[in-house]
Design a protein around this ligand. Structure first.
Ligand SMILES: Nc1c(/N=C/[C@@H](O)[C@H](O)[C@H](O)COP(=O)(O)O)[nH]c(=O)[nH]c1=O
Ligand SMILES: [Zn+2]
Length: 358
């Protein structure tokens, strides 16, 4: 195995904790000595040991004179756990290989400087692109102080999210909908507009064979039309936060402890304010399940980062689509995305794409 191989192993280890480290990044570490892997580590959850500490603990005294591969610059500040640079210095590690620099301006480069000042050989940018991509949500969250927003939509081949009278059950297959629940499981929060609540009365919970983590449910409901009878109010299965323009919204749903109502002042940009408040709550990843008006407003506001579009081989004629913008008159004015991959789920295809950054 060469340097890249060890770093790719560290990246695979990091991804094992996908969806459970928020608001921390995904980090993996591998300790190698004389061509032997003597320690490995994955950061599992915020507040628990970092990946480097797991790998060094596994290596024990054998870490002296060994190499350490870590997917993100070791932290130099004491957060919820001791600084990893301290652990590396006291373990006798000889060389450190790093994939991504820390995006946090307060930290960026400090860990590397500390290690180099102590005489440790540090190599950076090893498999940087793959590592940066794996932490795209964390980097966005730290740099923009907003959650990383992933739109999820289910459409027919002619691009409709429902028929013209709002029927959408079901466009995609069981296996596609199972995949959607894995997205819910790995996201901190899930967002829909009140029309989806009124039309579909969704639960927005994660229902995988092994259960799964329920995301916090976010409802955009400017005029507080969410009925008390809605499943997201009644089921007490997860926290539900309703964002409204109605200043007297705070008293609504006071009988439901897991339901909160936040009023947004009319003079601020509603979506931006919602995202800032979600970030302040430590919500790093947000899955937006629609409907079409909500998807459209996220795309128009350039607040969407990623898209999972599930397409079923059905044609349904007129109906709402993913992007209902009325202002484009030429193809040149299209929103262009970058396709990451296309997968098949039963009869359906899932298209995974990135919106342009910025
Ligand atoms: N109509 C469809 C979807 N519809 C998505 C939303 O409109 C639904 O309200 C939401 O997924 C229901 O959430 P639940 O109650 O937790 O199951 N989503 C899909 O992937 N395929 C579809 O064919
Ligand atoms: Zn650390």
């Amino acid at each position: 195995m060469d340097h890249d191989d060890y770093m790719k192993l560290a990246l695979d280890l990091a991804k094992l904790a996908d969806g459970q480290t928020s608001p921390n990044p995904l980090v993996g570490a591998v300790c190698v000595k004389n061509g032997q892997i003597i320690g490995t580590g994955t950061h599992m959850q915020a507040g628990t040991p970092h990946a480097e500490v797991h790998a060094l603990n596994m290596a024990g005294l054998n870490a002296d004179g060994a190499d350490l591969y870590v997917t993100l610059e070791p932290c130099a500040h004491v957060g919820k756990t001791p600084a990893c640079t301290e652990a590396i210095l006291s373990s006798g590690i000889r060389r450190v290989f790093i994939a991504s620099n820390d995006p946090n301006p307060a930290v960026n480069g400090k860990g590397i400087r500390l290690l180099r000042d102590a005489g440790i050989e540090v190599t950076t940018d090893l498999c940087k692109e793959e590592a940066d991509f794996s932490n795209r949500a964390f980097f966005h969250f730290i740099q923009q102080q907003k959650p990383y927003v992933t739109l999820k939509a289910a459409a027919t081949l002619d691009g409709r999210l429902a028929t013209q009278n709002g029927n959408s059950k079901w466009i995609t297959s069981e296996s596609s909908r199972h995949d959607v629940h894995t997205l819910r499981h790995t996201h901190d929060a899930i967002l829909v507009g009140v029309n989806t609540i009124l039309h579909d009365n969704p639960f927005l919970t994660t229902r995988l064979p092994h259960g799964g983590k329920n995301p916090i449910r976010i409802i955009l409901d400017r005029h507080l039309r969410t009925p008390e009878t809605a499943n997201v109010i009644q089921d007490q299965a997860a926290e539900t936060i309703i964002f409204t323009l109605e200043s007297d919204g705070m008293r609504a749903f006071s009988d439901f402890p897991l339901v909160q109502v936040e009023s947004i002042p009319r003079h601020v940009d509603f979506l931006n304010e919602v995202l800032s408040r979600l970030a302040n709550r430590g919500i790093m990843t947000l899955l937006v399940e629609g409907g079409s008006q909500v998807h459209t407003s996220f795309i128009q506001s350039r607040l969407a980062n990623e898209l999972y579009l599930y397409m079923a081989p059905k044609l349904v004629g007129n109906g709402p689509s993913l992007f209902m913008d009325q202002s484009r008159s030429s193809i040149a004015e299209s929103e262009s995305l970058r396709i990451i991959d296309v997968k098949q789920f039963g009869e359906d295809i899932r298209l995974h794409a990135l919106f342009p950054i910025g």
